[in-house]
Design a protein around this ligand. Structure first.
Ligand code: FES
Length: 155
């Protein structure tokens, strides 16, 4: 946990309690998740109730208390995608990445999530990586999709 960076975030918001969500978003931006110790640190520094901060962190889906990958893969398992072969795509991703749904690869490059419908059923089965939509995905095309992100350099 980088206390100096958290301190500068807190200072930039003037320790304003009403900015707690923005503060937590910025802290999450440091490592792409908020370690529990960071929540405790924010609580102490801002003199804010720790339970209140935990409530916020667990209520909003945008926050993660677990390490997440740099790239989030969302695989749609809605009806149209299911009929198009989403289950096979999910199996392939789990095998390739060696993680389960909700998991993150050891190198923290990818996290894998399933969703119920992305609203693009005509393109089923659909996989989204970050903001990039991939349509009519087959298990054989997943390797190429992943390789696009595997070669990314660190920010
Ligand atoms: S069911 Fe997959 S996009 Fe709608």
């Amino acid at each position: 946990m980088d206390c100096d960076r958290i301190d500068s975030i807190l200072e930039s918001y003037g320790y304003d309690h009403s900015a707690i969500i923005s503060i937590m978003q910025d802290v999450q931006g440091i490592e792409n998740y908020i370690p529990e110790e960071a929540l405790r640190y924010i609580s102490e520094k801002m003199e804010l109730n720790l339970a209140r901060i935990f409530d916020i962190a667990t209520f909003y889906k945008a926050f993660s208390l677990e390490p997440r990958g740099r790239h989030t893969i969302k695989l749609c398992c809605g009806t149209a995608c299911h009929l198009g072969g989403a289950a096979q795509n999910l199996d392939q991703l789990k095998r390739t990445l060696r993680i389960e749904e909700g998991g993150t690869t050891e190198d923290r490059l990818f996290s894998l999530e399933t969703v119920n419908c992305l609203g693009t059923c005509a393109l089923a089965p659909v996989v989204v990586v970050e903001e990039d939509y991939y349509d009519s995905v087959k298990p054989g095309s997943l390797g190429k999709i992943l390789s696009t992100y595997s070669s990314d350099s660190e920010d």
